[in-house]
Design a protein around this ligand. Sequence first.
Ligand SMILES: NC(=O)c1ccc[n+]([C@@H]2O[C@H](COP(=O)([O-])OP(=O)(O)OC[C@H]3O[C@@H](n4cnc5c(N)ncnc54)[C@H](OP(=O)(O)O)[C@@H]3O)[C@@H](O)[C@H]2O)c1
Length: 330
Amino acid sequence: MKAIIASKYGPPEVLKLQEVEKPAIKKGELLIRVHATTVTAGDCEIRRFEMPILLWLPLRIYMGVLKPKWILGTEVAGVIEAVGEGCSRFQVGDPVTAFMGFHFGAYAEFVSLPEKGMIVKKPDGMSFEEAAVIHIGGLNALGFLRKAGIKKGDRVLIYGASGSIGTFAVQLAKILGAEVTAVCSEKHRSVIQSIGADFVIDYTKEDYAAQDKRYDCIFDTVGKDGLFHGLRVVRQGGVYAQASPKFLHTILAPWISLFGKKKVLLTPTEEKISDLEELKRLIEAGKLRSVMDRVYPFEQMAEAHRYVEEGHKRGNVAVAVQSIETKGKA
Ligand SMILES: NC(=O)c1ccc[n+]([C@@H]2O[C@H](COP(=O)([O-])OP(=O)(O)OC[C@H]3O[C@@H](n4cnc5c(N)ncnc54)[C@H](OP(=O)(O)O)[C@@H]3O)[C@@H](O)[C@H]2O)c1
């Protein structure tokens, strides 16, 4: 099968399309023919090996000292190609979407994963590309907002509202009944309004923290807001959540939460299959959607990484792996 292999850690050019062995499945595992995968900011950080200082060494040992041990990529949508002994949730031919997480392997024509893993049937009415992107953005947004205890009537500010996590967070905060202020640049205003934001602040022109408004929760989804900048306008008892914290913040957060009157969250609740099912249910009910930017062909994985790395995508970027298959090379 074809797969994208990283010859070492480094710039997008390290990613090359190569022929590798198709994965074999064991008892309890599924084989998926991948139709779409994704490129996220996190994928670029892993490719460059830009890791938090405390995790650098353990992650380098886990992921490969000189180059990644595995095929990269964490999200897939595709069709079940084969089921291992003992599997009962899925059948050959089922369209599915799955999160590979730290097992990686998504940049390939086929992936194997345990049936008990983070896999659900593809939401009805979604393309494979739209379905592939729901995991990183949707699960993280849901996990952080849930941990922050967002409820009806809360005032929530989503910083970096136009990214993967941000576009899901705006929609999920609205579903939870919050009043949502979205911080993004002017060029993303209309799409952010279309997914339900009540107020939009252009971060290039206005400082949200300079206004009088106080928030029950501020969620910095891109790590570009300052912790103390945002904490100033979180109300007493409120929460500041940060998906991409700086090293200093990981040291300070537990102390602020313990001794201060505001809580700092740096991790979401643990990913559960029920969360993925919840996202599917919301999508099928027409309440949640994937905001799509570009879809690249599989052969252009390096270009997709280059684009995502610029840090200005709108929502999500997918990669159509199926384009290889349609050329009869699977
Ligand atoms: N903690 C966790 O469990 C976890 C899990 C997954 C990911 N992450 C991390 O979360 C981070 C963000 O992920 P993501 O995939 O959602 O990001 P993303 O989609 O790559 O974010 C891109 C968006 O950020 C906006 N942006 C850039 N600079 C900004 C600024 N200064 N102020 C406001 N918005 C700005 C861009 O809008 P403009 O075009 O307007 O600039 C663009 O729409 C990554 O660092 C990733 O590693 C953490």
